[in-house]
Design a protein. Sequence first.
Length: 94
Amino acid sequence: MTNCNWIQQDPAPGTRILRFRGDTQRFQLKLSEPRKGNAWLRTNIGYARIKRREIIREVHHDETPLGRDWFDTPMHRIDDRHFRINLPLCEAGH
């Protein structure tokens, strides 16, 4: 993976944040210069049901978890250098 100094992510990758069910979390990207294209947030927020099902199948059926709980969610373009998305935290998770 290459180092992308031209992208600032907020919150930064690896940041630990404690939130509660019912809160919202904002994710933002800031580009150093205008660029065409789209931004996506890869997350498993909101898909705990799928994660639980994979854990149960791993324990009871010895199936390898495949990460089916991860999805790409499109971010909204604010201007030619900024993208943002606010996600509701409707369930407990990590």
